[in-house]
Write a protein that binds this ligand. Structure first.
Ligand code: SP5
Ligand code: ZN
Length: 346
C-alpha cells in the first residue's frame, strides 16, 4: 500500500542566514535538509510516491488567511531592501498590550504588525517556498477530497503557528488549516484536525476558534514553559458557536509515551464523538526524546504506535508535515510513523 506524497523543489528556496535564539544568531533549525532527507526513504519503503503539486492558485490560501498577510509576505523582502536594509526581514518592534494596532505604512513597523514572534526571518526565497508548501497541503487535501484514503503533504516551511493574520515560529501560511478549509469547500461537512507537533498549534486554534465545523485537538508542551507561550492551555475550549470544538492537552517536562498516549487516547474520544468526514493531522515529530526543542521523551518506536492509532481512527486522512529538528534521526522517525500508519508494524 502506498499514498500520494506532494513536494515542490521551490520549497528549498526559503533559506534565512540565521535565527535568533537566546540572544544569539544561530543556524536555522528549520532547513531544507529536513525534507531532503525524507524523500528517498519514504519512496524507497513504498510509503509515498512523490509528485509536484499542481498550482491551485491563491484562492485556497485566501479562504483561510487575511489578504493583508498574504500580500505582505509576497512583498516584504522587496520592501525591506527598498528601504535600504541589508539583511533578512526580522521583526524588531511589537505592538503594546491593549492597543488595537493600526497597520503602519513603513516596512519596519509592518513586520511587527504581521509577526507573532521574532525568531523567524523572511528571506529572498521565502514567498515562493511558502506558496509551494501551501500548494502541497492543498494537493493532498484535493487527493483525499477525490476519494484517496490518505495523502501526505511534505510541507516545509511548516504552518501551524501561522494565524489568520500573522506569521511566526518558522510558519508563514498555515498549511494544515488551508487543507482543512479546502476539504470543507470540497464535500466535507465536518473536518477534524489533530496536532501532534511538540508545540501548540496556536495558529490553527486561532483560525478555527469560533467554528463548530472544524474540530481542533492539540497535544503539546505546557505553554507556560515553552513556545508559543501564550496559547495552548486546557481551558481554551472555543468561542461562541465554536465552544467545545477546541481541545488542548498541555504536558510538562519529561512527558513519556505512557503519559502522552493517555492524552492521545482521550483526544481520540473527542475525534470519534465529532464524527468527522475527514481528518487533517499536523505531523510534527519534535516530541522526540533527542529533539533539540523537545521536553518530551518519545522514542522512534513510539512514532509507529502513534501512526497505527491514528490510522485506526478510520478517517480519510491528510497528513501535513510540521516540525521535527533532530535532523539526523528525522528519516527514521518519519519512517516509523509511516510504518505504523500503513500497517507494517503496531
Ligand atoms: C513548527 C515548529 O515546530 N515551530 C517551532 C518554533 C519554536 N522555536 C523556538 C526555538 C527556541 C529553541 N529553544 C530550545 C530550548 C530547548 N530547551
Ligand atoms: Zn514544533
Amino acid at each position: 500500500m502506498t499514498m500520494r506524497g506532494f513536494f515542490d523543489d521551490a520549497q528549498r528556496l526559503h533559506a534565512p542566514a540565521f535565527e535568533i535564539v537566546g540572544g544569539q544568531m544561530v543556524p536555522p533549525f528549520e532547513t531544507k535538509d529536513r525534507v531532503d532527507r525524507l524523500l528517498r526513504p519514504l519512496s524507497a519503503a513504498g510509503y509515498c510516491q512523490f509528485e509536484t503539486p499542481r498550482d491551485f492558485g491563491l484562492d485556497p490560501i485566501l479562504a483561510t488567511h487575511d489578504p493583508a498577510l498574504v500580500a505582505f509576505l509576497q512583498r516584504a523582502y522587496d520592501d525591506w531592501k527598498a528601504a535600504g536594509f541589508e539583511g533578512d526581514v526580522f521583526a524588531t518592534v511589537m505592538p503594546p498590550q491593549h492597543c488595537r494596532p493600526r497597520k503602519p505604512q513603513f516596512i519596519e513597523g509592518e513586520v511587527g504588525y504581521f509577526a507573532a514572534s521574532g525568531e523567524s526571518a523572511i528571506a529572498q526565497g521565502t514567498w515562493p517556498a511558502v506558496y509551494a508548501s501551501a500548494q502541497c497541503a492543498v494537493a493532498a487535501a484535493d487527493a483525499v477530497a477525490q476519494g484517496d484514503k490518505a495523502a501526505f503533504a511534505l510541507c516545509r516551511p511548516p504552518g501551524h503557528h501561522a494565524t489568520k493574520g500573522q506569521f511566526g515560529g518558522y510558519c508563514y501560511l498555515n498549511n494544515a488549516a488551508i487543507a482543512a478549509q479546502y476539504l470543507r469547500n470540497h464535500g466535507s461537512q465536518r473536518v477534524a484536525i489533530l496536532d501532534i507537533d511538540f508545540h501548540h498549534g496556536n495558529g490553527t486554534q486561532d483560525i478555527f476558534y469560533d467554528r463548530d465545523d472544524v474540530l481542533f485537538v492539540s497535544l503539546h508542551g505546557d505553554p507556560s514553559l515553552t513556545y508559543p507561550f501564550f496559547l495552548g492551555y486546557d481551558d481554551e475550549t472555543g468561542l461562541g458557536a465554536g465552544e467545545g470544538f477546541n481541545r488542548n492537552y498541555p504536558m510538562g517536562p519529561g512527558t513519556d509515551f505512557h503519559a502522552w498516549a493517555a492524552a492521545l487516547h482521550d483526544a481520540m474520544g473527542h475525534l470519534n464523538a465529532f464524527a468527522a468526514d475527514t481528518l487533517v493531522v499536523s505531523v510534527g515529530l519534535d516530541t522526540y526524546q533527542h529533539d533539540p526543542q523537545s521536553i518530551f521523551q518519545i522514542s522512534t518506536e513510539d512514532f509507529a504506535t502513534i501512526g497505527s492509532w491514528i490510522q485506526h481512527l478510520g478517517f480519510p486522512t491528510v497528513l501535513v508535515m510540521e516540525g521535527g529538528y533532530a535532523v539526523e534521526d528525522l528519516p527514521k522517525n518519519v519512517s516509523s510513523f509511516f510504518a505504523g500508519f500503513m500497517g507494517d508494524v503496531g
